[in-house]
Write a protein that binds this ligand. Structure first.
Ligand code: PGA
Length: 250
């Protein structure tokens, strides 16, 4: 069975103080025995402050990006080992905002994935189509192409550490969610691609999150889909009550 994984992508929000307050509120409301893995991905500047609060709790720490080199003269970048050092277990890679605004390519995503895995981090690899691509009937080809290109030279054994997040670009931050049926269809297509690459056992074990305007009022029907194994949540992860309701989906 795939353990559901709900991750909060805080994007470029929250000061250190606000991040600490949000984590405290999440811990107060989380409870135990819910059978879900929970991850928060604050901005880099808050990781160090948030980490001690999370040790030994049911919430894992993640980052939103990394650079693929181990160290060096790369002004402004953060190395995989630095994220491990500060207590991260997960890292989001290839978010559509990074592909769109920071010109990240599939090849770059693949480099970052390898670097994350080499450092012992679990990558959350994001894929997703734009609105024009969906309207042109290309969504599945685009998304499965991103999956294949992002995972070049990643071994079957390494796939145990990889989470995939399907996030249609037109659903991110728009309030416009994919229907559960459309999301399920894409998740199944991704799983088929994983099956072609790694065989059925691996395909059945990899967790595929849905992302894009996930909210308390749509999480239940999304999670009821057989191939949706969790959510990557942006806006609704910035407030404790809405994120907790999502974590505690029915
Ligand atoms: P959203 O963002 O939930 O605000 O749509 C999701 C994401 O970008 O990961």
């Amino acid at each position: 069975m795939r353990t559901p994984i709900i991750a909060g992508n805080w994007k470029m929000y929250k000061t250190v103080g606000e991040a600490v307050d949000l984590v405290k509120a999440l811990l107060a409301g989380l409870g135990s025995g819910h059978g879900r893995e929970v991850v928060v991905c604050p901005p880099f500047t808050a990781l160090y402050a948030v980490r001690p609060l999370l040790v030994g709790t049911g919430i894992a720490l993640g980052a939103q990006n990394l650079y693929h080199e181990r160290e060096g003269a790369f002004t402004g970048e953060i190395a995989p080992g630095m994220l491990v050092d500060v207590g991260c277990r997960y890292v989001i890679i290839g978010h559509s905002e990074r592909r769109q605004y920071f010109t990240e390519t599939d090849a770059g995503v693949n480099r970052k994935l390898k670097a994350a895995l080499a450092a012992g981090l679990r990558p959350i690899m994001c894929v997703g189509e734009s609105k024009p691509q969906r309207d042109a009937g290309e969504a599945e080809a685009i998304v499965t192409g991103q999956v294949g290109a992002g995972l070049v030279d990643i071994s079957a054994a390494q796939m145990a550490e990889v989470v995939i997040a399907y996030e249609p670009i037109w659903a991110i931050g728009t309030g416009d969610t994919a229907t559960p049926a459309d999301a399920q269809a894409m998740h199944l297509a991704i799983r088929h691609t994983l099956g072609d690459m790694y065989g059925d056992a691996v395909a059945q074990s990899v967790r595929i999150q849905y992302g894009g305007s996930v909210k308390p009022d749509n999480i239940d029907e999304l999670m009821a889909q057989p191939d949706i194994d969790g959510a990557l949540v942006g806006g609704a992860s910035l407030k404790a009550d809405s994120f907790l309701r999502i974590v505690h989906y029915q």
